[in-house]
Design a binder for this molecule. Structure first.
Ligand SMILES: [Zn+2]
Ligand SMILES: [Zn+2]
Length: 248
């Protein structure tokens, strides 16, 4: 009988679980409904998760953007070679957008678990790949205290059994925020911003919260291939619609 299996140990354990549950919010982070006691680690309720809308087929084989059949994809035409394909779980809208926000800016790293649940079926997450969270620049990481992509990668790793590597991709220079830039300017902005290391022969899957134009993922993928990776794919929780999401 270990110390924790003794009657006193069990009482301590029960008390600790009680404290932890008490510290968790009793209501969903997104809609304020009370959380099901079945899954007392969840921060986001089932109803909110079920409202997230998956990206519909057909999609571009490389960047994963929905498109009209037989038309060449313009979104990834300008990407540097390296990144093989990107897949995203849901549209960036409504409560999916709220979940991203809670994780990134509101200090709820465990919101990543609900996001990971939506991602685990994505094609690139096959046996033997390593999960690589896209690193933040040092300054941004200091400001935020953590990297939201680390949280998502850890949660996807927990659910799939895939290993996470945070030591093989570095951001070697800070990049100004991308939001106000055109797609072309975004590529120039992030070109050469990453360096890969110790990835020779490995199959890698980059992990990011949101796909917008893919410029950051494409630059990171190019750096990892340059460092000798056998293949680089990427998965993101959400995808900005750029006018393509059907109206609900
Ligand atoms: Zn909810
Ligand atoms: Zn494409």
């Amino acid at each position: 009988m270990s110390r924790w299996d003794s009657p006193a140990g069990l009482a301590v354990k029960a008390a600790l679980t009680g404290v932890e549950r008490w510290l968790l919010p009793a209501a969903c982070l997104l809609c304020d409904e009370s959380l099901s006691p079945r899954d007392d680690s969840a921060l986001i309720c089932d109803l909110c998760r079920l409202r997230w809308r998956p990206i519909p087929d057909p999609i571009c084989d490389r960047c994963g953007q929905p498109r009209l059949q037989d038309l060449e994809c313009r979104l990834c035409a300008g990407w540097p070679p390296g990144l093989s394909r990107v897949r995203s779980a849901v549209w960036l809208e409504g409560s999916a957008r709220d979940a991203v926000h809670r994780l990134k800016y509101d200090g709820w790293p465990r919101a990543a678990d609900a996001m990971a649940r939506a991602m685990v079926g994505l094609e690139p997450l096959t046996a033997g790949v390593f999960l690589i969270p896209v690193p933040l620049g040092n300054r941004r990481r200091r400001e935020r205290g953590y990297n939201q992509c680390d949280c998502i990668a850890a949660a996807v790793g927990d659910r799939t059994g895939l290993s996470v590597r945070t030591d093989v991709l570095q951001r070697v220079r800070e990049t100004p925020t991308q939001t106000a830039l055109t797609p072309e300017a975004r590529h120039a902005n992030v070109a050469g911003a990453f360096r890969g290391d110790r990835v020779a022969g490995l199959r890698l899957v980059l992990i990011d919260d949101v796909f917008t134009t893919g410029a950051t993922l494409a630059a990171a993928g190019a750096a990892l291939i340059e460092a000798g990776a056998a293949r680089v794919d990427a998965v993101t929780f959400a995808r900005a619609s750029q006018g393509l999401a059907p109206r609900s």
